[in-house]
Design a protein around this ligand. Structure first.
Ligand code: AMP
Ligand code: ZN
Length: 120
């Protein structure tokens, strides 16, 4: 299901370019265009979900797939735990500066990240 005029639905469909780093049946992961860390990848569900605040129990499997995709991306970048690690972020709504209304998990890492919650 593709939402009309959704930037990330268009990226998943291949109608807009992206630098894909991982794909699964239910997820798509690509490099953030404006990276905030040496590794900054967005993991999105192929199916349009507005944001993390509208997720229901029925979305459980795709959420697990997103977390496993994030781990695959981080592991491939050499950031596997317990030695390295990474940060996963969901932004929701204006106070978080969420800018694209298609659920996306930020995968950040590749250096010691500043600020425990990424707000400083
Ligand atoms: P958020 O602020 O949580 O909504 O995150 C949206 C992210 O999407 C930002 O980090 C942007 O840099 C990123 N972004 C916007 N457009 C593109 C694009 N065409 N390709 C890759 N990343 C994008
Ligand atoms: Zn979408």
């Amino acid at each position: 299901m593709t939402a009309e005029n959704c930037l990330f639905c268009k990226i998943v469909a291949g109608d807009l370019p992206s630098e894909s780093v991982f794909e699964s049946e239910t997820t798509f992961a690509f490099k953030d265009i404006n990276p905030a860390a040496p590794l900054h990848v967005l993991v999105v569900p192929r199916r349009h979900i507005e944001d993390a605040s509208v997720v229901t129990a029925a979305d459980g499997p795709v959420l697990a797939d997103m977390l496993m995709a994030a781990r695959a991306v981080a592991d491939a970048a050499g950031l596997a735990t317990p030695q390295r690690g990474y940060r996963l972020i969901f932004n929701i709504g204006p106070d978080s500066m969420n800018s694209v209304p298609h659920l996306h998990l930020h995968v950040l890492g590749g250096e010691p990240l500043k600020g425990h919650f990424g707000i400083a």
